[in-house]
Ligand binder design. Sequence first.
Ligand SMILES: NC(=O)c1ccc[n+]([C@@H]2O[C@H](COP(=O)([O-])OP(=O)(O)OC[C@H]3O[C@@H](n4cnc5c(N)ncnc54)[C@H](OP(=O)(O)O)[C@@H]3O)[C@@H](O)[C@H]2O)c1
Length: 332
Amino acid sequence: MKAIEITSFGAPEVLRVADRPDPVAGAGELLIRVAASGVNRPDVLQRMGNYPVPPGASDLPGLEVAGEIVSGDAAALAEAGFKVGDRVCALIAGGGYAQLCVAPVAQCLPVPKGWSDTEAASLPETFFTVWSNVFERGRLQKGETFLIQGGSSGIGVTAIQIAKALGATVIVTAGSDDKCEACKKLGADHAINYRTSDFVEEAKKLTGGKGVDVILDMVAGEYVAREIECLAEDGRLVIIAVQGGVKAQINAGLVLRRRLTITGSTLRPRPVAFKGAIAKALREKVWPLLESGAIKPVIHSTFAAAGEPSGAAQAHTLMESNQHIGKIVLTW
Ligand SMILES: NC(=O)c1ccc[n+]([C@@H]2O[C@H](COP(=O)([O-])OP(=O)(O)OC[C@H]3O[C@@H](n4cnc5c(N)ncnc54)[C@H](OP(=O)(O)O)[C@@H]3O)[C@@H](O)[C@H]2O)c1
């Protein structure tokens, strides 16, 4: 098969097309002929040498794919209601930038009716991450107020739409007025340009001084102290990335006076059973919203993976430029 390798850690040009042996599905797994591979910020970190591959995962980048089932563990396929030839999208721990990809059956979902393989490939990484962090760890409830840092990111556009569909009030931050507008078009109630306004003041104003119930944070660093200032009583802060640094100095007094929860997680190293449970919840609660059109995949650009030079390098260059709104996808 053709695959995109990280030939050495460095700039996007280190991503090159290579021949690799076809992977083989083992127990509980299936083999997908990949039509499209989603691109995520963790792939950029991995390419730069800042995100070690978890033990047992492929060294190839790529955390999500969509395509057709070629073969697989018959019992596991039957139990999940899949058969050879079905179109699925899958969350994987690596190996997605390739024409063939092995995935645990438990981490696969059907391509939602009405959407293409390219659109479906943009779903797993952000939908699994948002479900697990916002609705499980963060326990966001209908009627609560939810602040998303980075509303126009792949994660952000997913979080806006699921939270709105499930009845939350959504506030986002983004780095330009155009991105703020795009977030509002996706359903965000309020959007704060974090380069020109202070999100703490704005969030307090928008909630009548009460503060927000849940924050999804992909910045951390000095944001943590400010986020604690604008959380409501019993508020929850969920950290999923540390783009602004790992260290924070916080007012611990606010944590106890307002009974705050500070939590976070990384999805990639979690076991198949954990990810399988998220897949089940998504299939039951979120896939119907995709199939009804209440939630839409948001694709900013697609690139041909197997070109020369590979579109993967262009995809990563675009992601690093931060010009995108929503997802970037490679097609095969
Ligand atoms: N923990 C997990 O399991 C997990 C899983 C997947 C992804 N992630 C992380 O989640 C983040 C988003 O991933 P992605 O694939 O959606 O990436 P992405 O589309 O490239 O998004 C990165 C976002 O970070 C925002 N950002 C950077 N600095 C900011 C700041 N100071 N204030 C507010 N927003 C800021 C950017 O906003 P502007 O462009 O508007 O500046 C951009 O929207 C990444 O850091 C990724 O590593 C974590």
